[in-house]
Design a protein around this ligand. Structure first.
Ligand code: ADP
Length: 162
């Protein structure tokens, strides 16, 4: 039984994240998508909202679980009996940070391997940050996120009448 953790802020989940999840399910018996509290990043969506958006997107995938976590990733991975951490690599710009993170996690617990997955090329430009910016400005994000995430973004940025 091989379990991988796919950690992230998922603020909110995008089709790029889903692409990575789908790829990871081909390599592992169980993939736990772990939504990090990420308070320091001042997320747009609350932890509960982010978790719900992920849950709805993966509910048709039998070997995918969802969870929320806070604190050290390697400790969480050990608690979930995971042998690997999955991260997505979009471009060279992701590399430096991800490399540092992976090596630091290895220092903290050398039993956990980090696996990098490349998304479909059409998703390499996609990030939660850009999706939020487009949605905030009233742009169409339907090609980048599942429909329920699009609806949640619309609601977040709805102008409340005075
Ligand atoms: P974090 O705050 O941990 O960076 P994110 O939700 O932004 O959380 O990303 C989680 C992981 O998913 C990271 O490894 C990130 O590089 C990866 N990721 C984000 N967007 C994409 C995408 N479009 N394609 C592939 N990987 C992605």
């Amino acid at each position: 039984m091989r379990t991988a953790i796919y950690p992230g802020s998922f603020d909110p989940l995008t089709n790029g994240h889903l692409d990575v999840i789908q790829r990871a399910t081909k390599l592992f018996n169980r993939v736990v998508v772990a939504v990090a509290k990420s308070d320091s990043k001042q997320p747009l969506f609350t932890l509960e909202e982010r978790l719900k958006l992920v849950q709805k997107a993966v509910r048709h995938m039998p070997n995918v679980e969802t969870d929320a976590f806070d604190g050290l990733l390697v400790k969480y991975a050990a608690r979930r009996s995971a042998t690997a951490v999955v991260r997505g690599l979009r471009a060279v710009s992701d590399f430096e940070f991800e490399f540092q993170l992976a090596l630091m996690n290895r220092k903290l617990d050398e039993r956990v391997e980090t696996i990098f997955m490349m998304p479909k090329d059409t998703y390499t430009f996609l990030s939660s940050r850009i999706v939020k910016e487009i949605a905030r400005l009233g742009g169409d994000v339907s090609a980048f996120v599942p429909a329920h995430v699009q609806a949640a973004l619309k609601e977040k940025f709805a102008v409340t009448p005075a």
